[in-house]
Design a protein around this ligand. Structure first.
Ligand code: GLU
Length: 423
């Protein structure tokens, strides 16, 4: 999976963004200040520093985190990312977004996230395995099928999930598939999990277009990020007849107003890891990519890509967030003023964690659903969540992000109220 790179790096402010979103939505909803204060804190933050023996015999120290933001609605759930720009604040923000995302989709989970500060492209496969296993060992005291269930995120894949499952299982003395999701099919993974985030995003877009009378086959799209989320979204959009006119990743960006050849570009990426070197399309910069004329812009890379500095240049009519936290509150305000609709991350990219939930259920039952059943249930959940968000937005006159937050916060707040404060 590509590390989105030529995009600007996320600044330290992912947490500032997440907190601003929470406080704005909480006040709008009339939540008590002490409840907003409670929800603004991660319940548990674990920082680990651990050694990994490198292939040349030297020992290198790595820093990692597992953050559990909230458990009110169930065990904490969220991915693990391997990225050189990981920080504690970023992982806290991402864990918080998982709490809201799981609540918007009405999954019986709280939110968590993990990260290791590493550029996995610099590691051999054996080093990556040792790093993954040692990190799993370091966080094993706080994870478990009923406590906190990791899953994939940026630069982690089914093989990494298999190592996490094996490491946890070896220590426990019993194979424990439900401790992690996004596993290979052979080890209790779910059919449909790999493509689920991109597929879920496209289900949401399809239903939104249906509601608004938009014919997707006559629209154009631009996608920032061409990894697990952006690549899959491109594939499904292409299959629906959407013209994908711009795509970018760590290696650069490409534009073709007639539409890029997405199947060929995906093949190129699978062979070379990046879109660089693809014959077809005009090379452009990341700034140019985000400012391309198009109907739908899908940021599917890192946080903090659409900001007060570049939101004025965006020429899309609709933004569907494949990444977590790609839009700052300043950019949101500009989009609102300019009539650009944003379908927020905690709804649009929830397909991944939704199929992770299905995988967890299958793991606990030791039973495998067929792919049609997975996709059908995914569509059902995504469409229901979109309808619920649209209904709140309409009733209360809110943009979709605020409406999604309102839905999520009500659900989490109600769980907190019913459970009470211990002791
Ligand atoms: N990384 C995915 C997300 O940001 C979900 C991880 C999981 O399946 O737990 O939503």
């Amino acid at each position: 999976m590509a590390v989105p790179g030529n995009q600007p790096q996320p600044s330290e402010n992912a947490l500032t963004v997440a907190l601003t979103q929470l406080r704005t939505a909480g006040r709008e909803l009339g939540l008590a200040d002490d409840l907003i204060e409670y929800l603004s804190k991660p319940q548990r933050v674990l920082q680990v520093n651990f050694p990994v023996k490198m292939d040349d015999g030297r020992v290198r120290m790595f820093e990692g985190y597992r953050v559990q933001h909230n458990f009110a609605r169930g065990p904490a759930k969220g991915g693990i990312r391997f990225h050189p720009a990981v920080t504690m604040d970023e992982v806290i923000a991402l864990a918080m977004w998982m709490t809201w995302k799981c609540a918007v989709l009405d999954l019986p989970y709280g939110g968590a996230k993990g990260g290791v500060v590493v550029d996995p492209r610099e590691l051999s496969q054996a080093e990556l395995e040792r790093l993954t296993r040692r990190f799993t060992y370091e966080i094993s005291a706080v994870i478990g099928p009923e406590v906190d269930i990791p899953g994939p995120d940026m630069n982690t894949n089914p093989q990494v999930m298999a190592w996490i499952m094996d490491t946890y299982s070896m220590h426990r003395g019993a194979m424990t598939p439900a401790v992690v999701t996004g596993k290979p099919l052979e080890l209790g993974g779910s059919l449909g999990r790999n493509a689920a985030t991109g597929r879920g995003l496209v289900y949401v877009l399809e239903e939104y277009a249906r509601q608004k009378g938009i014919n997707l086959a006559e629209t154009t799209a631009v996608i920032q990020g061409f990894g697990n989320v952006g690549g899959a979204a491109a594939r499904f959009l292409h299959e629906l007849g959407v013209k994908v006119v711009g795509v970018g990743d760590i290696s650069g960006a490409l534009y073709d107003e007639r539409g890029l050849n997405i199947p060929a570009l995906l093949e190129h990426r699978d062979r070379h890891g990046v879109i660089e070197g693809f014959e077809g399309g005009e090379p452009i910069t990341n700034e140019e990519l985000l400012a391309l004329p198009c109907d739908v812009l899908i940021p599917a890379a890192l946080e903090n890509q659409l900001t007060g500095a570049n939101a004025g240049q965006v020429r899309a009519k609709l933004i569907v967030e494949g990444a977590n936290g790609p839009t700052t509150p300043e950019a949101d305000a500009i989009f609102r003023d300019r009539g650009i609709v944003v379908i927020p991350d905690i709804l649009a990219n929830a397909g991944g964690v939704t199929v992770s939930y299905f995988e967890w259920v299958q793991g606990l039952e030791r039973y495998q659903w067929d792919e049609d059943e997975v996709n059908q249930r995914l569509r059902q959940k995504m469409v229901r969540a979109l309808h619920e968000v649209m209904a709140v937005a309409e009733k209360d006159g809110l943009p979709y992000r605020q409406a999604a937050y309102a839905l999520a916060l009500r659900r989490v707040a109600e769980a907190v109220r019913l459970r009470g404060i211990f002791p």
